[in-house]
Design a binder for this molecule. Structure first.
Ligand SMILES: [Fe+2]
Length: 295
């Protein structure tokens, strides 16, 4: 084996992986070492800085438990989650764009009837959400599953406020009708902070970054034979659309939540007057058109 040297360090370490049985594992580890060594070389990392980095990663791991994933958060604020998501779900502009899953899909959304109100405590600005699930040729997809979850009017998810919000507040699993349409009642979500009381919060503070995400609703839409999409619907008048802490905003996912002040329409929607409304069509690719992937 070639002995270690500053100039050839990455090559020497990569050579140690030559016997890796899984070729993909060997390629990924080799690239990782190449970039890590280039990073150390470029920054000429001091021993104190190396120790600080190890300490940061140690504390990041120690912060993780069943309800908190600090490493995912770290990946999010460094833009790695969005890059992985974007690379793996290139849509070619023919399907609804995807964005990060986020850390709050930890409970299953309860199946609900079309039109039901997912705001179990009815706190916040009432809102009617309508949309249609379609395939790439515009064909309506009946029986598509539309999984929705969102923060409340204070910017918190139900799982962040047990005992304050009703269980399964602002979550619902809807099935589209024969025309692929779905609709439900909710409240307008507020912008919300990512958890910033751990090492990732320290990183944000040290770099002068805020922890906020713009107001959004989460969607996972699935239909048999089509490629699922995990995405958000962003509220167009929310702060932080141009500085999302996890880089999740895509222009095509921003919608106006129009104010409707009309007694008859409010009565028809089953909401108090006035209310807000938004329309969000979701286009899915055929599974066969997704590069052979059936995920
Ligand atoms: Fe979220």
């Amino acid at each position: 084996m070639e002995l270690f040297s500053e100039e050839r360090s990455a090559h020497v370490v990569a050579e140690s992986f030559a016997g890796t049985a899984d070729p993909r594992l060997r390629d990924v580890l080799t690239a990782l070492v190449r970039h890590l060594h280039a990073f150390v070389r470029e920054t000429e990392l001091t021993e104190e800085e190396w120790c600080a980095g190890i300490d940061f990663l140690t504390r990041t791991g120690q912060k993780c438990d069943a309800a908190r994933q600090e490493f995912v958060l770290l990946s999010d604020v460094l833009g790695v989650s969005m890059l992985v998501e974007t690379i793996n779900h290139r849509s070619g502009g023919t399907s609804t764009e995807s964005t990060v899953l986020g850390p709050f899909h930890m409970v299953e959304s309860p199946p609900r009837e079309l039109g039901e109100n997912i705001a179990l405590d009815s706190k916040g600005e009432p809102c009617l959400v309508t949309g249609q699930v379609k395939g790439p040729d515009g064909e309506p997809l009946a029986g598509a599953l539309v999984d929705v979850w969102q923060a409340n009017a204070d910017g918190f998810y139900d799982v962040q406020q047990p005992g304050v919000q009703p269980e399964l507040n602002l979550r619902g699993l809807f099935t589209s009708d024969e025309d692929g349409r779905f609709w439900f009642r909710t409240i307008v979500p507020r912008y919300c902070p990512i958890p910033d009381d751990g090492p990732v919060g320290e990183l944000l503070a040290a770099t002068g970054r805020h922890p906020y995400r713009p107001a959004h609703m989460h969607f996972i839409v699935t239909a048999p034979g089509y490629r699922p999409v995990t995405t958000h619907l962003f509220v167009d008048d929310s702060p932080y659309l141009d500085s999302d802490a996890v880089f999740g905003v895509k222009e095509s996912l921003i919608r106006r939540f129009a104010l409707v002040d009309h007694e008859a329409r409010a009565a028809e929607a089953g909401l108090p007057n006035p209310f807000r409304t938004v329309h969000f069509d979701v286009a899915l690719l055929r599974a066969a058109h997704a590069g052979g992937s059936l995920d």
